[in-house]
Design a protein around this ligand. Sequence first.
Ligand SMILES: [Zn+2]
Length: 359
Amino acid sequence: MSASKKIKLEEKTSVCGFIQHVSPIKTSRTNNKYFNATVQVQRDTFKKVACFDVMKHSTLVEASQARTPLKLTDVQIVPSRLDSAKTEVLVNYKSRVEVSRQLSFSYQKSTEDDHDSAGEKFKTLKEVQNTPEFNKVAVEVKILSAKEVSVQIVRELPIQKQEVIVGDSTATMKLTLWDEMVTKLEIGKSYRLNQLSTRLFQNVKTITATKATSIESIDDLVNCLQAPEDNDVIEKEGKITQVGLVMHFSCEMCKGKVALPDDDSKFIRCPTCKMKMAKQTLQKSMNGTLCFSYGNQKVKLSIFSSTLFTMCIANHLSVDNAENIEDFLLSNSFRVAYSNETKNVQNIVHLTNVAGVNQ
Ligand SMILES: [Zn+2]
């Protein structure tokens, strides 16, 4: 860029319009705090705003919510960092923010492309918690903690699953990652995650990655809430004295339960949605109850598919035969982690498989 052009671009100017989509406060790689927004400057023209004076955050949030027309004075128009064909409005501590007199155009919410390179509006986690199940959402979050990677069987194939806790300044939430996305996110780093889907599990709203989910590193989010403490988990070494496991099959279309007939027919009809399908497309799950005994304690626990399948794969056990898995559980010692509140097994490790165990 030539010097003359640069000077011209950095001339102080003023902008009038409606502020929209004010982001949370972020920290840049050069350790400056800032936030983004969009400003509607014409009936259907929107510009990105980068504000490096975080004292203006609450004013802009309020103006955005109240749809108050603003005049931003002593701002700079610079080429956009995301798209050099576009310009961006730079606001700093020298810029002034005032309520504008009547504008010649009325408020119009910017379309998704206008305020976001990824074409998707992002929500705060508080907003996500109030979003119904099975809705697509984009979020900007920090990874607060991560659980161990586990395995689930979908269409006969093991797929990796990992639960992480994400946070922003409004809430913390559980996010489930699948396959290649597992271990891609680092604890303590901030990301923009597009195309997640909301779920409701045991009355708690969670988010899950989908096939379309994309990950973008972003500047460090500040004022994130802390991950809730996981002091509910008890981890002990001991023996399983009784166990009962049941295998279930469910329809991929409607999630309804399907009883598997003993014959060798290739296809089966779902009793719920009445669709016919190949047997191997059914989703397999297994759960059950076990008595775990350690020291002179005995506790009755529930165990579910992902925990069981993870253990099976770690021990080269077939996941098709509940009977064999039960025998394996009764014949060995295990380290079991379970929730004291729900009495659900969270992780079960065959003790001779653990490196460095001195027994
Ligand atoms: Zn069905």
